[in-house]
Design a binder for this molecule. Structure first.
Ligand code: HEM
Length: 151
């Protein structure tokens, strides 16, 4: 028995320490696995938060514009300044505020802000007295925001 203990002690010590090493590795692996799944959960949460924010922001932007595509004459008339200029042309409504600064005809466009500017746009009485070019007609499409509401 004594002999057995003395001879096998190093073996038992080795096995014991080895066992605790395995235990340690196993623990590390478990921690690694749970850290990995936590990261995956966080990633899912971040992606969901981004998606939800995008949906909310796009909803707000739409409702800021009134979320409608028809406007009455009275509504159009409210947008009659150089910092907020809507034009009604052929029963279509255009927000041309951002174009004022680059308009080749300068401030001539301001005469039409908030009004039915069909004649002004088509005849350019203050200028060449000719209709706008096809290029101008194409540009106009970029500023379309809705139609005239027939009351
Ligand atoms: C009430 C509205 C508007 C009026 C009175 C007006 C008037 C004018 C005038 C006087 C000119 C100078 C050339 C000329 O005398 O023939 C001009 C040029 C021009 N305008 Fe306007 N404009 C108006 C709206 C717009 C809008 C909404 C656009 C485009 C979004 C536009 C695009 C252009 C372009 C591209 C030119 C260069 C010449 C051409 O391509 O016909 N204008 N405009």
């Amino acid at each position: 028995m004594y002999y057995n203990s003395v001879v096998n002690l190093p073996l038992y010590t080795y096995l014991l320490s080895n066992n605790s090493k395995i235990h340690q590795i196993n623990n590390n692996f478990q921690t690694y696995k749970s850290t990995k799944s936590q990261i995956a959960q966080m990633r899912k949460a971040i992606i969901s938060a981004i998606l939800i924010s995008a949906i909310i922001i796009s909803g707000c932007t739409q409702s800021q514009a009134g979320n409608k595509d028809t406007f009455t004459i009275a509504e159009i008339a409210e947008h009659n300044t150089e910092t907020d200029c809507w034009l009604l042309i052929d029963e279509k409504v255009y927000d041309t505020t951002d174009y004022i600064i680059s308009h080749p005809g300068g401030t001539a466009m301001l005469q039409g802000c908030g009004t039915d500017a069909t004649d002004l746009f088509n005849t350019r009485q203050m200028g060449s007295k000719t209709p706008h070019s096809n290029n101008a007609e194409d540009l106009l499409k970029d500023y379309y925001i809705g139609d005239l509401k027939i009351e």
